[in-house]
Ligand binder design. Structure first.
Ligand code: PLP
Length: 371
C-alpha cells in the first residue's frame, strides 16, 4: 500500500546513482576499495579507530558475538523491547539472552537493574539505543568494567547520536550499526561494527570472510561466515554518510515540530519522545505512548484511515515464538510488557513537510475528541 506518510523513506538522489554507476563502470563490484573507504569514513564519523563493514546489522552483531567468543551456555544481558534482530544472534550462538526490563522514559534498558542480573556466565552486555536515544552508558560501562564484561552497543537506530557529547558506537568494546533502507543513513542492506581494538577488528574482518585473515586464502583461523558487503553498497553508503549531519538536524527539527503540535493531547497521549540531559538523540522514528491500549487502537485506526503508516514499538522479544519456546515470559519484564501494547511510532523522516505534521497532529486531535 502506498502510504501518504510512510514510516520511513530513503533519500536517494543523483549522488547515490552516480556513485553506484561508477563502481559498475570500474568492474570490481564485491568487497574492495569502496568498502575500505567506507569503513575509514564511518569510523571517523563515530570517533572510533576502526570499522568493519558487513552485509546487515544482524550480521554485524553475529560477527561481534563470534569475535567475543560468546558460545553455548553463556549469557548476554539485553533489552526485551527492540527489533528482534538485536537478540537473535545470541540464540544463533546457543547462548541465552537475559532480558532486563526497560525504563519508561526512553524505553531503553533500565541500567539500574543490570548489576543484579550479572552471573558467572555473563559474557556480554548488549544495550540498544532504541529510537535513536542513547542508553545512559556511563553507569552501565562502570558496572561492566567492575565485572570484566564487554559491552556491545547496538546503534542500529542511532547513527550520529551522542552520549555526553561523544558519538555512540565507539564508547564500549564495540558498536554495531544497521544500514538498512529505513535507517538514519542507508546502503540498502548493510551493517558496520566500530571498535577501538585493532586486534578485535582484525578478528572480525576474518570472521566476516569464512574466518580467513586477509591474504591467507583457504586458511581458516576462526569459524566464520560470509558476512561481507559489496562495493556497490559501500558506494551508496558513502554518499549517504556525507549527508548524515543534515539528515540528523532535520530529523531533530521535525521531532520538535511534531511534539509542539501534540503537546496538548494529554487525555490521549501518555508520553512523547524525551531527550535526557546526557543525550543528543537522533530521532529514528517518533514513538507515541498512549494512555490505554484502547486509545492506542483508536489512534492507530484513525492514522491508517488518513494514510499515515504506523508501527508498534518493535517487538516484545520475550513474547515471540522462538523465545517463548525457550521458556521466556513477559511477566519478567513488566514495564516493557505494559509499554509495548500502548505504543506506536510514526515517521520522523527528514522529508516530512509541515503539512505532513499538521495531518498527523489533526488526525490525533480528532481521535482525542472522539475518545
Ligand atoms: C535495534 C536493531 N538491531 C539490529 C537490527 C538489524 O539490522 P539489519 O536489519 O540491518 O539486519 C535492527 C534493524 O533492522 C535494529 O533496529
Amino acid at each position: 500500500m502506498g502510504w501518504r506518510i510512510p514510516v520511513a523513506r530513503p533519500d536517494l538522489g543523483v549522488g547515490e546513482q552516480e556513485a553506484v554507476s561508477a563502481v559498475v563502470a570500474r568492474g570490481w563490484i564485491t568487497q574492495g576499495p569502496e568498502v575500505k573507504a567506507f569503513e575509514t569514513e564511518f569510523a571517523r564519523f563515530c570517533g572510533g579507530r576502526d570499522a568493519v563493514a558487513t552485509n546487515s546489522g544482524t550480521a554485524a552483531l553475529h560477527v561481534a558475538l563470534l569475535a567475543l567468543d560468546v558460545e553455548a551456555g553463556d549469557e548476554v544481558i539485553t533489552t526485551p523491547l527492540s527489533c528482534i534482530a538485536s537478540a537473535n544472534p545470541v540464540l544463533f550462538q546457543g547462548a541465552r539472552p537475559v532480558f532486563v526490563d526497560i525504563e519508561p522514559r526512553t524505553y531503553n534498558i533500565d541500567v539500574a537493574q543490570i548489576e543484579k542480573r550479572i552471573t558467572g556466565r555473563t559474557k556480554a552486555i548488549l544495550p540498544v539505543h532504541l529510537f535513536g536515544h542513547p542508553v545512559d552508558l556511563d553507569p552501565l560501562l562502570a558496572i561492566a568494567a567492575a565485572h570484566g564484561v564487554p559491552v556491545i552497543e547496538d546503534c542500529s537506530q542511532a547513527a550520529g547520536a551522542e552520549y555526553r557529547g561523544r558519538p555512540v558506537g565507539a564508547l564500549a568494546r564495540c558498536g554495531i550499526f544497521s544500514l538498512y533502507a529505513n535507517k538514519i543513513i542507508t546502503s540498502a542492506e548493510g551493517g558496520m561494527i566500530v571498535t577501538d581494538d585493532d586486534e578485535l577488528a582484525d578478528k572480525m574482518r576474518a570472521i566476516r570472510n569464512f574466518g580467513q585473515r586477509p591474504g591467507e586464502h583457504f586458511v581458516h583461523a576462526y569459524l566464520g561466515g560470509n558476512y561481507k558487503t559489496t562495493d556497490l553498497h559501500a558506494a551508496l553508503g558513502r554518499v549517504q554518510l556525507r549527508k548524515a549531519e543534515a539528515y540528523i538536524e532535520r530529523r531533530r527539527l521535525r521531532r520538535d515540530a511534531l511534539t509542539r503540535r501534540l503537546a496538548g493531547l494529554t487525555g490521549l497521549i501518555a508520553a512523547l519522545p524525551v531527550e535526557e540531559s546526557y543525550a543528543r538523540a537522533v530521532p529514528f522514528s517518533y514513538p507515541i505512548l498512549f494512555r490505554t491500549i484502547a486509545l492506542r487502537e483508536r489512534a492507530e485506526a484513525a492514522l491508517h484511515a488518513a494514510s499515515i503508516e504506523t508501527r508498534p514499538f518493535f517487538s516484545l522479544i520475550n513474547d515471540q515464538a522462538p523465545y517463548r519456546a525457550l521458556g521466556f515470559d513477559t511477566a519478567d519484564t513488566p514495564v516493557a510488557a505494559d509499554v509495548f501494547p500502548r505504543g506506536l511510532y510514526v515517521s520522523a523522516s527528514p522529508d516530512l513537510t509541515d503539512a505532513d505534521l499538521d495531518l498527523i497532529a489533526d488526525t490525533l486531535a480528532e481521535a482525542a475528541r472522539q475518545a
